[in-house]
Write a protein that binds this ligand. Structure first.
Ligand code: AHR
Length: 504
């Protein structure tokens, strides 16, 4: 860790927290995850099969993964895709496993999907993790009836053909799934539609997705990628707002789609570009929110960033269609920065899903046979979970820049919230590659007496956890923050994440 030394220079970050003005709730669903039938996310990752005697499991799902995700407090889990969602036939994934039809996963490696992990497996797994399921409906290649039936199958209490089929398949009570995606990336893998065409299709599909007794549906329209503002504008204009609770947005921190660079052993130029891409989340949220404000000034329709994260070239020797990559301190920086951005936009961003949960893209968990490890990104998500459902504290911030080759990025990002016990949690991420930053935080509005903290830092930006050394990067206690007369002072090391708790 570059605490001091030849390259380390102290720069000043000044923050004021208006602790008495906390109002907007940071929706816990901002801390959501995403599991697609892609590579070793489901098969060989979360799900190892009921007959597996080598890896302890419950109904085929790894016990160590269930426990790690419970500890993380995963609020929701999106499934079965992604691109896969618009090819998925949910009826092939219910009933006796031996009888389930197979299909080819056209999007991810052309592998055979045997449908052994289906609706019951996923929804039961969510219950074990304590996460709300977020089902992505097939609009690209499925019918209106298929999607309407799926809703009824999982939510209708009794007496309908679908609820009776569910019961026959072993589940008496409905799961009451509220979160539904109406297609995915409809402008691309979800059907290559125009925004106008999709708006009409959305209206049609959404009409037949019924609310049930204990499940009023929260329907999310397939949204834009990055700065595709005309997509959001068309949806906000053409879809009645009482039919749509959220509009999605996808943004990946990728160097270039042609060559995404390595996940470990990257240069500072590549690191800087990744951080630049991560900061763009702020620009895109502001851009899409401005359009949404025009049509929905009361902010009734939420922006749901249901895919985000770092995307690199796959690890050498792995299937290019499986998107398996390592996860370093660079990914911890993406996570810390992005979550601060989401928190600070809590008035419009009400949900988000990191892509993806296990063994794919910016995963929080990697597995290899019976081994499992938690990545730096896992640790950041865990440190930040104190913000779930807490009240956002408005902040004023003056932060110096991280400069590289004449370009500048804000080095330190901050967000803060007040929890149900009136404790204030402050998360800080310093993306600077070389500089330690001195931070002064003025706690305006209320008096506090005690501070404690945690830090995620490591000596090299490329540091990561391996199956041989699973705890190389891990959370440590941080006692470097001093509180005096309502002012907190600390120095935050280069490429590190600090979360502080102050109490009265
Ligand atoms: O997360 C991987 C893929 O990225 C998803 O399937 C798709 O929605 C996006 O393009």
């Amino acid at each position: 860790m570059l605490v001091c030394g030849a390259l380390a220079v102290l720069a000043q970050t000044k923050v004021t927290l208006n602790t008495d003005l906390a109002k907007t709730q940071i929706n816990k669903h901002i801390y959501g995850h995403f599991a697609e039938h892609l590579g070793k996310c489901i098969y060989g990752g979360m799900y190892v099969g009921e007959g597996n005697t080598k890896i302890p499991n419950t109904a085929g799902v790894r016990n160590d993964v269930i426990q790690a995700l419970r500890d993380l407090k995963v609020p929701n889990l999106r499934w079965p895709g992604g691109c896969f969602a618009d090819a998925y036939q949910w009826k092939d994934g219910i009933g006796p496993k031996a009888n389930r039809p197979k299909m080819v996963n056209i999007w991810w490696g052309g592998v055979t999907e045997d449908n052994s992990f289906g609706t019951h497996d996923f929804l039961d797994m969510c219950e074990r993790i304590g996460a709300e399921p977020y089902l992505a409906g097939n609009v690209g290649s499925g019918t209106v009836k298929d999607l309407a039936d799926w809703v009824t199958y999982v939510n209708h209490p009794a007496g309908s053909p679908m609820s009776e089929l569910r019961k026959k398949n072993g589940r008496e009570t409905p799961w009451n799934v509220k979160l539904w995606g109406v297609g995915n990336e409809a402008w691309g893998c979800g059907g290559n539609m125009t925004a106008e065409y999709y708006s009409n299709i959305y209206r049609q599909y959404a009409t037949f997705m019924s609310d049930h007794k204990d499940a009023k549906l929260y329907k999310i329209a397939s949204g834009a990628s990055d700065g595709q503002y005309d997509w959001t504008e068309t949806l906000m204009k053409n879809i009645p707002h009482n039919m749509m609770q959220g509009v999605a947005l996808h943004h990946y921190s990728v160097l270039s789609w042609g060559d995404k660079g390595p996940s470990v052993g990257f240069s500072e130029a590549q690191y800087f570009k990744t951080m630049d891409e991560a900061w763009k989340m702020d620009e895109f949220i502001k851009g899409h929110s401005t359009i949404m404000d025009k049509y929905d000034p009361a902010k009734k329709v939420a922006l749901i960033v249901d895919e985000w994260g770092g995307w690199y070239n796959v690890e050498e020797g792995t299937n290019p269609g499986f998107l398996y990559q390592q996860n370093t301190m660079r990914d911890a920086m993406i996570a810390g920065l992005t979550l601060n951005i989401f928190n600070n936009h809590a008035d419009r961003v009400k949900g988000a899903n990191l892509a993806q949960i296990v063994n794919v893209l910016q995963a929080v968990i990697l597995t290899n046979e019976e081994k499992m490890l938690l990545t730096p990104t896992y640790h950041v998500m865990k440190m930040y979970n104190v913000h779930q459902d807490a009240k956002l504290i408005p902040i004023d911030i003056e932060a110096p820049s991280y400069e590289f080759n004449g370009k500048k990025l804000t080095a330190v990002s901050v967000s803060a919230s007040k929890d149900a016990q009136n404790a204030v949690n402050i998360s800080l991420t310093n993306i600077d590659y070389t500089k330690v930053h001195e931070v002064t935080i003025n706690l305006r509005g209320e008096d506090f007496s005690k501070v404690s903290g945690q830090i995620l830092a490591s000596s090299k930006i490329s540091d990561h956890n391996t199956f041989e050394q699973p705890n190389k990067v891990s959370i440590k206690d941080f006692s470097g923050a001093k509180l005096e007369k309502g002012v907190l002072k600390l120095t935050i090391p280069a490429y590190s994440v600090v979360v502080l708790k102050v109490i009265k």
